[in-house]
Design a protein around this ligand. Structure first.
Ligand code: IGP
Length: 391
């Protein structure tokens, strides 16, 4: 017992940790906890300024250690909040508690293998690292300045509605996609601007531009190039968003819309990011894959555009009947009442596929593979719809 007491972490100023909150209290607790962990910084400053020596807490631990412990605990809490909402993706590898950690029992034990459990988790872990590096080079203050020179945000939803009204068919978001982890390289000679122009000519309402480099061979340069080339279709920045910083970044690069993936982001993050999107003039396309994610998203205020991904990003399984299944019954009713635009995403190849998801209730579709593979992607659109939708 004595040993345990001497290992006690400094600044264990979070009483709720010892009496663990009920899971439904966690988001609020997390805010409280985050605030609390920020206050550690001021503690540090005070300690340093009073005696001028290295910061050491009352129990003899360095404040840096205390900070490390707090950071780790916040990470564990984030994973807990996420899993209480049915999210299987962990935001970061479970690195194991810092040395001398004396926290709640269930956190002390968590040190499973550091290998991602599936491809989506791998992508998210990688993105987290990527974003922290980018952030160091371009802090938020720099991005906020750059916003002044960003091209104006255009009406993504308006373009989809207009296309749907004009053609009587779902508005098309055509994806500029070079490769994917499930399909490999989709197109060898890949000129993003040429493809974008061809899509626009072929009748696309909006474009989706993949910006992830490592897994999809996309880039922010592609997004910028397409925007600068004068393509009029509003642009969706197709990225794995894990940090609000990325929203600012996407906007500075000319994005009109961003993707928020419910399989990755807990409710609190989605709510917060939607608010920032509104401030920035960005449209948020919130993506779901099953009933639970759909219900979580429907409970969030201010949602205008929801995508149903027919592909499970954890297993790559593809099944377009998912769109129909999710829009049946009560959920479909809510969507119609609230006039939310639904987007059918992935695995759409034929006019029959389009008719099927339209029958299920979508007013827009997101398509990559079937059109990007054609030598003339614009003509690919006519093949997909079974008619020319550009006129
Ligand atoms: O190429 P497809 O099967 O037509 O799919 C396009 C698009 O739906 C898909 O790229 C996608 C939908 N949601 C995503 C999230 C991340 C990466 C990719 C995606």
């Amino acid at each position: 017992m004595e040993g345990l007491a001497s290992l006690k972490a400094p600044f264990q100023a979070t009483p709720f940790l010892s009496s663990r909150p009920k899971t439904w209290d966690l988001p609020t607790q997390l805010i409280f906890y985050k605030r609390n962990s920020f206050s550690t910084f001021s503690v540090r400053a005070q300690v340093e300024s009073t005696d001028g020596s290295a910061a050491v807490s009352s129990s003899g631990e360095s404040v840096t250690d205390a900070l490390k412990i707090k950071e780790w605990e916040v990470g564990m809490l984030q994973n807990e909040v996420a899993s209480s909402q049915g999210i299987r993706i962990r935001r970061r590898p479970p690195s194991g508690p810092p040395l001398h950690y004396v926290g709640p029992f269930q956190f002390r034990l968590q040190n499973e293998g550091n290998t991602p459990r599936n491809i989506l988790e791998e992508i998210v872990w990688n993105k987290d690292k990527e974003v922290s590096q980018l952030k160091e080079r371009k802090p938020l203050s720099v991005l906020k300045k750059a916003l002044e020179n960003a091209p104006p945000a255009r009406d993504f939803i308006g373009a989809l509605r207009a296309a749907n009204d004009r053609t009587g068919l779902p508005g098309l978001i055509a994806e500029v996609k070079k490769a994917s982890p499930s399909r490999g390289i989709l197109r060898e000679n890949f000129d993003p601007v040429e493809i974008a122009k061809s899509y626009e000519k072929g009748g696309a309402a909006c474009l989706s531009v993949l910006t992830d480099e490592k897994y999809f061979k996309g880039s922010f340069e592609n997004l910028e190039l397409i925007r600068k080339a004068g393509v009029k279709c509003p642009l969706l920045c197709k990225e794995f968003i894990v940090d609000a910083w990325q929203l600012y970044y996407a906007r500075t690069k000319g994005a009109d819309a961003v993707l928020l993936i419910a399989a990755v982001l807990p409710d609190l993050d989605i709510k917060y990011m939607i608010k920032i999107c509104k401030i920035l003039g960005l449209t948020a396309l919130v993506e779901v894959h099953d009933e639970r994610e759909f219900d979580r998203v429907l409970a969030i205020e201010g949602i205008e555009l929801i995508g149903i991904n027919n592909r499970n990003l954890e297993t790559f399984e593809l099944d377009i009947s998912i769109t129909k299944k999710l829009l049946e019954g009560e959920r479909g009713k809510i969507i119609r009442e609230r006039d939310i635009i639904m987007v059918g995403e992935s695995g759409l190849f034929t006019p029959e596929d389009i008719a099927f998801v339209q029958g299920a209730g979508v007013r827009a579709i997101l398509v990559g593979e079937s059109i990007v593979k054609q030598s003339d992607p614009g003509k690919g659109i006519s093949n997909l719809f079974g008619k020319d939708i550009s006129i």
